[in-house]
Ligand binder design. Structure first.
Ligand code: GUN
Length: 293
């Protein structure tokens, strides 16, 4: 037998098909709300003409429509003032047909994104970025939580990677992914370590992980020999190399020989973000449409 036939190869975690299943489940929740005369509404606000943001917003709009949401995409030009954007958000807060509000980030220079996020009604903050939702995540109370971290937890669940009692190592400490993900994993009874650029002997810490999650935005930084044999690896990174190739934060070919299961890039964590945005919007709509709200 040749070496290539005896070497272990990690199972691929198919984020695309798992995201499709999540979207189908959300579509059923959406249809149930619509049947009660309360079709869930999502408002997506795009300011300026950043090409990447335009693609993201188009994809969110399409997926939301397919799941049965009433979608309103508001496009504002790049020189929109802070006051104007605040008034748009306040109007969406008041609109009872809108249950989810998403302001696409980054905003053009000159606009204060943190102040805009604070202006969103926390019950409609389907990105989970409002300080009240951040607090709810820390406190373990009801709220809306960031979509990519929720997607990672959903991938673990559906890939059969148990969290309770196991070592989860998160590489990256961003507000959008690393920090909320650590809190979500902790809430699921994992033993969590958060690493970053100043962590001493990062490879050794990663090697302790039963579930290793890379969210640093550095192409192929996590090498195959940083992975404990059989570990589950989630690669949140999406990096474009100078030669045009799209790679994650994990050296995928190396990791295949060590990991038990791993997400590909693209087609792993990426598709889960939109699926969880739709799940958050359905949740927000259910809560806002409850009697007495
Ligand atoms: N830009 C990149 N990712 C995101 C996200 O998850 N939400 C928003 N609002 N903007 C983004």
């Amino acid at each position: 037998m040749t070496d290539s036939t005896t070497r272990a190869t990690a199972r691929s975690i198919d984020g695309k098909s798992i995201a499709r299943e999540v979207r189908q489940a959300v579509a059923l929740r959406c249809a149930a709300l619509a049947a009660r005369g309360q079709p869930p509404g999502l408002a997506v606000v795009l300011v300026g003409d950043d090409p990447a943001s335009q693609v993201y917003v188009r994809n969110k709009d399409k997926a939301a429509q397919e799941a049965g949401f009433q979608v309103r995409t508001l496009k504002l030009d790049a020189n929109t003032t802070q006051a104007k954007l605040l008034s748009v958000v306040e109007e969406l807060n008041r609109d009872r047909a809108v249950h989810g509000i998403l302001v696409q980030l980054p905003l053009p220079r000159g606009l204060d994104a943190a102040a805009i996020v604070r202006a969103i009604d926390p019950r409609k903050d389907v990105d989970g970025l409002h300080p009240e939702n951040v607090a709810a995540l820390v406190l373990g109370s009801e709220g809306l939580f960031p979509c990519t971290p929720l997607g990672c937890i959903e991938l673990c669940d559906r890939a059969g990677a148990r969290l309770a009692g196991r070592r989860v190592v998160v590489v990256g400490r961003s507000m959008l992914v690393g920090k909320p993900l650590a809190l979500l994993a902790l809430a699921r009874d994992a033993t969590v370590t958060v690493c970053h650029s100043k962590t001493a002997d990062l490879p050794a810490v990663c090697r302790e992980a039963d579930i290793l999650i890379a969210a640093v935005g550095r192409p192929e930084m996590v090498r195959g020999d940083w992975i404990k044999p059989g570990a589950t690896v989630l690669d949140v990174g999406i990096n474009r190399l100078p030669d045009g190739r799209l790679v994650g934060d994990v050296a995928h070919a190396e990791a295949l020989a060590t990991a038990g299961a791993i997400t590909p890039v693209p087609g792993g964590v990426g598709p889960m973000t939109i699926a969880m945005l739709l799940a958050n919007t359905a949740t927000a709509a259910q809560r806002l449409s409850a009697p007495g709200v």
